[in-house]
Design a binder for this molecule. Structure first.
Ligand SMILES: [Mn+2]
Length: 329
């Protein structure tokens, strides 16, 4: 057995009271892995609290346990903290700082190649499609008898991080994991429908704004949403939807990279990037590279948060992406 799996198993087996944290602005893999691990550890007789700065937002609130997700660790006790799907400690937000103050071992379970190994124990598998897949395999090693709640949450992680099994890293191993979870009784079409296929009217209004000024040059397709443009829509909450626009931009046949810029309420700029192989976005986060220390991700799907204003962020990053495309294709 690999050392990191052995260490993770030993730490989890010794734990009695745990907090499982995922990253802020959570996606389906973050919430699904956090809740899946929560249900599994509860099934082993442990007390577990799931925690995320932003709770379990729509459309992920269909998952069992989503109403129990706490947004603050104040007053909680634990002998072990597990952090899932976070490439660095910053992604946990204030919850990570609170977890450190507890002074207990932190287990870092993740699949981002840019993971900074911030835990006392680090189980990082960049060759896995989702943190949910890492947890699925870990539970298998523990001889865990999957229940419906755990299976539903982990399948949601697999579905969302692979965009319904469409990303280039999907292979037989991933589908076999999905089949194992479906054998427990989870409906794959239902998970796809609930987690991937629903939109709010507000999302379409924002998409309309965002696509109004789409640009394409030298293999890079990009668009942006300013705070003013967002406010000019129906004023609904800024949802995670804009991050998926980079997938749409990358679907442009002529594009090697799709990037979407979102100006957030604090005027910082959220950057979501998608690429087609062989363009590897993670080199942008290397020492000395334009986004070093400001984000992370996977070769074909990465994100960052940088200083505004919006136009300056665009004119800084787009040339770097054009250079990346030119160097790698
Ligand atoms: Mn993930």
């Amino acid at each position: 057995m690999e050392d990191d799996i052995r260490a993770t198993l030993a730490q989890l087996e010794a734990a009695r009271t745990l907090i499982v944290i995922c990253h802020y602005d959570p996606d389906g893999d973050a919430i699904g892995t956090m809740l899946g691990l929560t249900w599994a550890l509860r099934g082993m007789g442990k007390r577990v609290t799931p925690a995320c700065r932003d709770g379990a937002p729509w459309p992920l609130d269909f998952l069992p346990g989503s109403a129990e997700v706490v947004t603050d660790l104040a007053g909680l006790e634990a002998d072990t903290v597990v952090v899932v799907d976070c490439s660095d400690a910053r992604r946990g937000g204030k919850l990570y700082k609170q977890a450190v103050e507890l002074g207990v071992p932190i287990i870092n379970i993740d699949h981002h190649v840019t993971n900074t190994r911030f835990g006392a124990v680090n189980l990082v598998r960049p060759d896995r499609v989702a943190a949910a897949e890492v947890v699925f395999e870990l539970l298998g090693r523990m001889g865990f008898d999957f229940d419906l709640n755990t299976a539903t949450c982990l399948l949601t992680g697999l579905v969302t991080d692979t965009r319904s099994f469409k990303t280039p890293n999907v292979d037989q191993r991933v589908l076999r994991a999905a089949i194992t979870l479906m054998d427990i009784g989870v409906s794959l079409p239902e998970v796809v429908q609930m987690a991937m296929e629903r939109k709010q009217f507000h999302d379409l209004a924002i998409l309309g704004r965002a696509l109004g000024d789409v640009r394409f040059e030298d293999g890079v397709a990009w668009s942006a949403l300013s705070l003013e443009a967002w406010r000019a829509t129906d004023g609904g909450a800024m949802s995670a939807a804009p991050r998926n626009f980079s997938t749409l931009l990358n679907s442009v046949e002529e594009a090697a990279v799709g990037v979407f810029f979102t100006e957030m309420a604090n005027r910082r700029i959220d950057i979501s990037m998608r690429s087609k192989p062989p363009v590897n976005l993670t080199v942008l986060f290397a020492e000395g590279a334009p986004l070093h220390g400001q984000g992370g991700g996977h070769p074909q799907a990465s994100g960052a948060e940088i200083d505004g204003p919006l136009e300056a962020a665009i004119s800084r990053l787009v040339p770097a992406l054009k250079a990346l495309v030119s160097a790698q294709t």
